[in-house]
Design a protein around this ligand. Structure first.
Ligand code: FNR
Length: 341
């Protein structure tokens, strides 16, 4: 059952990538061009540090998969790409491992193929502290993601319908995990109120996980006999909106959801992200072109990101936050409605 779901998610996510019109709210963020702001490329470093975590690059492969034979092979390729390019990588939800320890290899391959990389375990918000520790231990994780996905669970035929235990359980996991805990949405976005709540629970970092890329309401509708929650497609805040909403967040934020190109990475960093996660775009490249294509894509993105920082006069990703930005369209309306200057 779980293995089938994991295979369905991959298939439907890639179909969605192929059908997407390519636009999202990152298009409503642009940099004011300053013709003499440029630096020397050798002055630019991509390193980022946040919440006690340090990365060589501000880009990571975000949570996707594991739990079936096919998704184990995908995890192996993702891990090889992470190892070759030096980007951090997150596992897909490890619930399948708690239910069926025989699928452990489909997750532990993330560490096997990437022995020195930064690897993040992933669990849901009902996971016991013991199981969270097992997940971290299996892949020798450097951090733990807890995904929060009430909309996905609701549309998922076999999903959870009770969510009130999540807040106290996140607090327990954050206290007991032994590694930094990152709470992430799966594409509907974290509001500033939610980020503030998470900070109070001992969560170290929030991955805003906004709308604009993979849409799990659409994916789960595709797994129902009738797509009877079709109206939930497009639910939530875009990643750019979440970043603007979280300007004064008490904990560092990561950005993911709808990142299509290096310019989106630069936009997200300029809007305050400490790092930027990509799932659907990289999955599509891997399945279309194989691991060599994914390695080439990530290498190009890192190279072009450094080039963009050079043009924009930012020595580091954090320095991009001083960029002059223009906010257009509906994103501008969002800012007005939420009282954001
Ligand atoms: C995901 N995502 C996800 N997230 C999570 O926390 N645990 C998981 O198990 C999964 N599984 C999963 C499978 C597949 C096939 C995809 C494409 C994605 C969600 C992912 O981490 C991310 O939040 C969203 O996909 C939005 O980012 P993109 O795809 O727009 O870059």
């Amino acid at each position: 059952m779980i293995a089938q779901r994991k295979d369905d998610h991959v298939r439907l996510a890639v179909e969605q990538q192929q059908q997407h019109d390519g636009r999202n709210q990152f298009d409503e963020v642009s940099f004011v061009h300053h013709a003499l702001a440029g630096l020397d490329r050798t002055d630019v470093s991509l390193t980022t540090a946040f919440g006690g975590i340090s990365w060589q690059v501000p880009l990571y492969i975000n949570a996707m998969t594991g739990g079936s034979e096919r998704t184990g092979a995908i995890n192996r390729d993702l891990a090889v790409a992470a190892h070759e390019t030096g980007v951090p990588i997150a596992s897909g939800s490890m619930s399948a491992y708690f239910k069926d320890p025989d699928c452990a290899d489909t997750f532990s391959v993330l560490r096997k193929e990437n022995p020195d990389g930064f690897v993040i375990a992933n669990v849901n918000a009902t996971t016991s502290v013991d199981n969270a520790l097992r997940a971290v231990d299996l892949i020798q994780a450097d951090a733990l993601q807890i995904h929060v996905n009430t909309v996905q669970e609701t549309v998922m035929p076999e999903g959870d319908r009770s969510f009130s235990s999540w807040v106290p359980q996140i607090e327990r996991i954050a206290a007991g995990a032994g590694v930094p805990v990152i709470v992430k949405e799966v594409g509907f976005g974290l509001s500033r109120e939610t980020v503030r709540l998470l900070a109070g629970l001992g969560v170290r970092v929030a991955d805003l996980g906004g709308r604009g890329g993979t849409d799990f309401a659409r994916i789960e509708n595709g797994r129902r006999e009738l797509a009877d929650y079709a109206y939930l497609t497009g639910w939530g805040q875009s990643t750019a909106a979440c970043l603007l909403d979280a300007q004064d967040a008490p904990i560092p934020v990561l950005a993911s959801g709808g990142v299509r190109q290096p310019l989106d990475v630069a936009r997200a960093l300029a809007l305050g992200a400490s790092g930027v996660g990509v799932s659907g775009t990289f999955l599509r490249t891997l399945l279309d072109g194989g691991v060599a294509a994914l390695i080439a894509q990530i290498s190009t993105w890192l190279d072009q990101l450094a080039a963009l920082l050079t043009v924009l006069g930012a020595r580091t990703p954090a320095a991009l936050r001083h960029s002059d930005l223009l906010i257009h369209g509906e994103l501008r309306d969002f800012c007005a409605d939420r009282g954001i200057d």
